[in-house]
Design a protein around this ligand. Sequence first.
Ligand SMILES: [Zn+2]
Length: 99
Amino acid sequence: MPLVTCPECGHRVSDAADACPNCGYPIAARMAWERARAGQPNPPPAPQPPPAPLQYQAPGPQWPTQRKQKGGCGCVGTVVTVIIILWVIGTCTAAVEQL
Ligand SMILES: [Zn+2]
């Protein structure tokens, strides 16, 4: 039966003793605690914190850039106008030539 050193007074005490005969330190309880601590497996890893929820990505300030351009109608109108003018000029020219 091995002897252990009393952590309280340093007296050599049998590990089978319930308490230190010198100071009354509870050796048995201490030994039981040390055995329990030594036999305990490593504590399980701390649970990982849940991942942060994905932040909603609001559309940037370029959202309303896609607008229907009305320039096409303007171009068509300009072309039609030019064609009409040329037709009128051609008609006038033809009329003048007939004179
Ligand atoms: Zn002691």
